[in-house]
Unconditional design. Sequence first.
Length: 105
Amino acid sequence: MDIRCPICGEPWDFDCIHERVAELYPGASGYGDDGKYHQELYDKFYLPVKNDFYKRGCKALGYDHNEIHPNKNTALLSSMLMDIMGDDIDGIASELDDAEYLGLI
């Protein structure tokens, strides 16, 4: 599933935020010294990147916005869903997928 840039509406694979975390913080993981995964450890890296995407869209991922064919309606819907659903990025991606299926974007 895709998430959409809240500025230009460009589709991004859901994993783009994890990929950007890996670029910015090589070796970042959620595994503690005990060898177990702890979400709060990974969130220290993930949440700032996700929040930056919510604010700056494509630019947060190191790319420029699609200025040739921006889709303002899709960007507006994406931005509204990010405001409403907050940290539920899975839900945002699902709602955007439904909107695309229904021909709304």
